[in-house]
Design a protein around this ligand. Structure first.
Ligand SMILES: [Zn+2]
Length: 281
């Protein structure tokens, strides 16, 4: 159902899985992975140890149609379902099998709006995951996602990142930026190459980028009509006392601490996540 490519080094070593297009229209991952594959095949990059498994297009039908998904969000149904009854659940089983066979996973996504900043998630700060983060070519790392969702029973999250960590492996999600921006493809490509170096799968060193780790502290659900008070963008820094939102009934919501705005939704419907806040770790 999906096309998987394996590359083996001469020596034993880490098993790294790289995923692209879990969401069909996020093209930065597939393009970065295919660039890497060409270089491996041409001998420009030589795998010295371990096994590299590449799944450039995890959702082929959605990718072909340039849409996010066919029946449901693949990044919520990664699991060994006994009777997978949707297209994505069937793919979810394939991806879960690949995750079970790896030691490290990098799941490459890209975002939908120009100017959006690249970052990675770090849901579980294990030694193995920090080794992955070290290699990524991003300035920001977002941690604590499962904690803020802990209180929200109705949200069931079978993401790649949850699955890989749930079964005791290492892995995380890279959001490489706006997917039509060539810089997002470069960033994804460079991050994978750095990770291969950090896992000693290819030779060479790389410059470790210093990261700001932002821990999510608040999830704010929009429970009455209103609007965000500014054109906030992801990772905007807000000083304590900044007006964040203006409700139609006159209520105003202010930042109760120095914090970062996380994934603001300017077109939020009632009952959905309006924005999140986080602080530097
Ligand atoms: Zn995505």
């Amino acid at each position: 159902m999906v096309q998987v490519y394996n590359f083996k080094g001469n020596k034993d070593g880490a098993k790294l899985l790289v995923l692209g297009a879990i969401h069909g229209n996020e093209v930065a991952g597939p393009l970065a992975i295919s660039r890497l594959m060409q270089e491996l095949e041409a001998g420009k990059i030589k795998l010295v140890s371990g096994t590299l498994t590449l799944l450039p297009i995890a959702n082929p039908e959605a990718h072909q149609k340039d849409i996010r998904q066919i029946e449901e969000n693949l990044n919520r149904v990664i699991n060994q379902w006994e009777t997978p009854n949707t297209y994505e659940k069937k793919l979810g089983v394939e991806v879960a099998k690949l995750i079970e066979a790896c030691d490290y996973m990098l799941d490459v996504h890209s975002t939908h709006n120009a100017g959006e900043i690249a970052f990675s998630f770090l849901d579980y700060a294990t030694t193995g995951n920090l080794k992955i983060v070290e290699a990524l070519d991003v300035d920001y790392v977002l941690s604590g996602w499962p904690d803020v969702y802990g209180s929200q029973d109705e949200i069931v999250d079978f993401s790649t990142e949850r699955y890989v960590n749930f079964i005791g492996k290492n892995g995380l999600t890279l959001e490489s930026g706006y997917h039509k921006d060539p810089a997002a493809i470069d960033l994804a490509y460079q991050s994978i190459v750095n990770l291969l170096k950090n896992l000693k799968m290819i030779e060479g060193s790389f410059e470790k980028k210093e990261k700001r780790i932002v821990k999510m502290t608040d999830i704010v659900i929009k429970n009455k009509e209103g609007h965000l008070a500014d054109k906030f963008k992801h990772f905007d820094f807000l000083k304590k006392g900044t007006l964040i939102a203006q409700c139609d009934d006159g209520e105003q919501i202010f930042a109760d601490k120095d914090c970062y705005m996380i994934i603001p939704n300017h077109h939020c419907e009632l009952g959905a996540e309006w924005y999140y806040l986080g602080v530097l770790l």
